[in-house]
Write a protein that binds this ligand. Sequence first.
Ligand SMILES: Cc1cc2nc3c(=O)[nH]c(=O)nc-3n(C[C@H](O)[C@H](O)[C@H](O)COP(=O)(O)OP(=O)(O)OC[C@H]3O[C@@H](n4cnc5c(N)ncnc54)[C@H](O)[C@@H]3O)c2cc1C
Length: 479
Amino acid sequence: MTVTVANLDGSPEPLPDAAVDGLRTQLRGQLVVSVASDEAPTHPRPAWNPMHADHPAITVRCAGTADVVDAVNFARDHGLLVAVRGGGHSVAGLSTVHDGMLIDLSAMRGVQVDPQRRLARVQGGAVLGDVDRETQVFGLATPLGRVSDTGVAGLTLGGGYGHLGGKYGLSCDNVVEAEVVCADGQVRTASADSHPDLYWAIRGGGGNFGVVTSFTFRLHPVGPIVGFAGVFYPLEDIAEVIRGWRNYVVTAPDEVTAFVVSLTFPAVPDMPEVIHDRQVAIVVAVHCGEPDAGMQVLQPLRELGTPLFDMSQPMPYTVLQSSFDPFFPRQALRAYWKSTYLDALTDDAVDTISRKALDRPAPLTVVGTFHLGGAVHAVGAEDTAFSERSAPFMVSVDTNWTDPAQDAAAVAWGRAAWEEISKYGNGNVFLNFTGLADESLLSHVDKAFGRNLRRLGQIKAAYDPGNLFRINNNIIPAP
Ligand SMILES: Cc1cc2nc3c(=O)[nH]c(=O)nc-3n(C[C@H](O)[C@H](O)[C@H](O)COP(=O)(O)OP(=O)(O)OC[C@H]3O[C@@H](n4cnc5c(N)ncnc54)[C@H](O)[C@@H]3O)c2cc1C
């Protein structure tokens, strides 16, 4: 039966049987064909956010770089609408495609650690937990995000904030080399010495420049135990808590990375009943140096008010790195996220954040306030594609809910909350935290890249002139 796949214009493109068979026989991985547009193939790594249609007509489940090369060549030669999936955690659905082609890297999750040189080579489909597990064998780590199931690739290509940011910077700041399959099917090594323009662009410019089949990360001595503060305050006290937290973080050492989140804590049996189904403001902070000294440094965060529960303690780094997993299950939460950077966290901004936190539409909707600084700010705004290197705070409005009937109301709430809080922002947003409903793939790109957008457009024109890789925070090739 002839396979029909959406082309770059979204129109159905019948593919010659011989071409499809040819691709299938070349692959070491698998070619999965879904004939009816309403029949979604079961995916080994489904998209995290179920709000986005995830019905690829053909999926290449790549086993290695050669499969990625063949998939890219096939997509380009047939002019197909193509999405690339690493971890599938894009809240905006940027690794989903309707009736197009999916290049799926979920089977490519190898991690090789070189403890002597303090480097880890990580395949493009690995999730964060894969990396932490292997690097912690040697007491090493690289900065990654806060949920172990998030993909390394999408997170890193978009920057990557996590618990080690203050001391060791963004995930993308720790990439020393990447292997990239570009739109012409060529495999390029991107590093300071090899295709330096591509190396610059992939550190923050997203999946615009090709499929990254591996990253080489710089590693740092971390753990196995780190200092951890996890303090649950009543949500009614959030304004006071954020003010106290703000006054603490601005003078805290770089070893400390901290944020405050509000949510309704679920009735998790292992946790005390006093926080079951209770609205809470949780102060979370990590000190990545010597753990006992770290606990002393973190002590003031435990005294910002009267906690309902305080789980602060020295903690294994790998436990820390998966401790938020239960709140963000794959395919379970419908989600629409928006963020804004703030040059100052004024009392008025704190009051607005607090008001929105007290007015969340669903239990697992999260309003988070993050402190940024240290190593993240030590990199210049034009040194990498990731340009936001000075704002000390970011607020993320993570509207999460479960009932599809609530979609319109929840998205409207998220937008309104974001707009109110953004009045205190500097106009910039974090592209890894964008949720798209009816917005275009281009929304926010100009603000997020600022002065770097022009150069990104030129590099896009050099490596992907036909904009094959367009399902992302899209950079238009410069004319
Ligand atoms: C529960 C949750 C927690 C999160 N926590 C954090 C956090 O702590 N810190 C943070 O910075 N962000 C965080 N994020 C945001 C996350 O970093 C982004 O959503 C990121 O895009 C996810 O990457 P992925 O590979 O899982 O996503 P995917 O959905 O697979 O891909 C996202 C984008 O990256 C592209 N892409 C993926 N793999 C490749 C590749 N190998 N080569 C080229 N392009 C590729 C895709 O085409 C798509 O455009 C979180 C998201 C969720 C849902």
